[in-house]
Design a protein around this ligand. Structure first.
Ligand code: SF4
Length: 314
């Protein structure tokens, strides 16, 4: 829509600490991170863009994202003082089309309405190209770089020296395959996940993400688990069910953010109702702001060892 875009810096110590300081204690760790990213941008932009994700699919039975994602703009506005004017992009496919949300956004930004059609068409092409990359196994950050290119007009602060680089360390030749199930904003935040995908590769695992599972496959898995009304949790459940039934997957890790209510329920459903005797080993990794790198290393190494030992025994 003709605006200059500035991105927040990669997560690091000070960004997280800032976020934690402005949040209530019992909120999930991704929201704490989000607050940190808002504060990181506060003095570097004129307008703050925040999505309000209400419903992301148009289904016969309405589904919703999660109360935190629905109320995120209100939470930020009510608890952080001195931030720039905020514009919302509301995704509520049960009630409105994306086009009508884009028109409202244009009005809020003072962009002429005729520009909406071409901007939206361009955005849809970029989104489709990005989704295709994810399906092919490209990690989100790299997929975005490939789709948008480097000269895309986005400025990134990226100054925090404690931010972790993706893929640090040398990988050993993979001899097992591990599927990761969890929100992308956790798994692919290199700081909070302690570079989990790269760590697994270093321990000799080939990593598969739930973004590599086509939506039709997830839908067909979900036919066995009706009645879940949280869209993103449905994706987790469908992907876990798919991975746990695949003979080429040696292990599944559920990655959860501490204090996430929906995740804690869905991981129980996976453990109690999806796992069978034939399923590959499953473990859950809960991440929060206090999770140390050594703790993640130990859990991951032990899981990888267990898989190799049980495979050698059989
Ligand atoms: S789904 Fe869970 S982790 Fe994500 S915003 Fe909601 S409560 Fe937080």
């Amino acid at each position: 829509m003709g605006t200059e875009v500035v991105l927040s810096s990669p997560t690091g110590d000070s960004l997280l600490e800032n976020g934690v300081r402005h949040c209530v204690d019992d909120i999930c760790v991704p929201v704490k991170l989000f607050y940190g990213h808002v504060l990181d941008l506060a003095e570097r932009c004129d307008v703050l863009f925040v999505s309000r994700l209400v419903s992301v699919e148009k289904a016969e039975v309405a589904t919703y994202t999660c109360p935190k994602l629905i109320g995120l703009p209100d939470m930020v506005k009510s608890s952080i003082e001195g931030i720039p004017r905020m514009v919302e992009f509301v995704v509520d496919l049960q009630e409105h089309s994306i086009r009508s949300s884009a028109k409202r956004l244009a009005t809020a930004l003072g962009v002429p309405q005729p520009r909406v059609r071409s901007s939206l068409a361009e955005a849809e092409l970029v989104q489709a190209a990005y989704d295709e990359k994810l399906l092919a196994g490209v990690e989100p950050e790299e997929a975005m770089r490939q789709v948008l290119g480097n000269g895309n007009g986005t400025g990134n602060g990226g100054k925090d020296s404690s931010a972790r680089k993706p893929g640090a360390g040398r990988a050993r030749k993979p001899d097992i395959k591990i599927a990761l199930v969890g929100h992308e904003y956790l798994i692919h935040d290199h700081y909070i996940s302690h570079n989990l995908p790269a760590k697994l590769k270093r321990f000799g695992a080939d990593v598969t993400y739930m973004t590599q599972v086509p939506i039709e496959v997830i839908e067909s898995e979900l036919a066995r688990y009706p009645g879940i009304s949280w869209s993103y949790e449905k994706e987790l459940l469908g992907a876990a069910s798919h991975f746990l039934g695949r003979s080429d997957i040696d292990g599944v890790i559920i990655v959860m953010g501490f204090a996430c209510g929906p995740d804690s329920i869905i991981s129980e459903i996976i453990t109690r109702e999806v796992v069978t005797e034939a399923s590959p080993p499953l473990t859950t990794l809960v991440l929060d702001e206090h999770t140390g790198e050594a703790g993640v290393d130990t859990r991951v190494e032990a899981f990888v060892d267990l898989i190799r030992r049980s495979r050698n025994r059989s």
